[in-house]
Design a protein around this ligand. Structure first.
Ligand SMILES: [Zn+2]
Length: 150
């Protein structure tokens, strides 16, 4: 799944590969343990509560609250051409925490810790591959979503 996320691919396959497919459909999915019901975002194949290895995806709203943020001026390998950019850490309403770029709908001077945000799935098309990622945007921001979960 990681090839869909960015420029550096550390892992060719994981049990949560479907996560990227759902993102391509415009859906943010968390995981729910089939044994104890514990939820996670990002999805985890192995439950952090009971270590059970069967899970199901469930859709999260992407509504989030900004926990903290930072402006990146010196980028890691592969992202040098994108600086400066701002990365936010946000708490999702349903479960979990997300790290993502803060998008164009939120100017730097309007960023406040504790503000409400909307996680928006994105597809970044290049000539040879399609990458999925997500950004933190103003609440109410809309995006394309597939009609049904498959
Ligand atoms: Zn569990």
């Amino acid at each position: 799944m990681f090839k869909w996320f960015g420029k550096v691919n550390f892992s060719p396959f994981t049990k949560v590969t479907g996560f990227a497919d759902h993102l391509k459909d415009g859906r943010l999915m968390g995981s729910r343990c089939k044994k104890c019901g514990a939820t996670s975002f990002p999805p985890r194949a192995d439950c952090v509560e009971c270590m059970h290895d069967e899970f199901e995806f469930f859709e999260v709203s992407g509504r989030a609250t900004l926990h903290t943020y930072t402006k990146i001026a010196t980028a890691p390998t592969g992202f040098e051409d994108m600086v400066p950019y701002i990365v936010g850490l946000a708490d999702l309403r349903e479960t979990g925490r997300i790290v993502a770029w803060i998008g164009d709908t939120i100017p730097e001077e309007e960023i406040r810790i504790g503000m409400e945000m909307q996680v928006v799935p994105r597809i970044f098309e290049e000539t040879e591959e399609i990458k999925v990622y997500y950004t933190l945007e103003k609440p109410g921001t809309t995006w394309m979503k597939a009609d049904s979960i498959h």
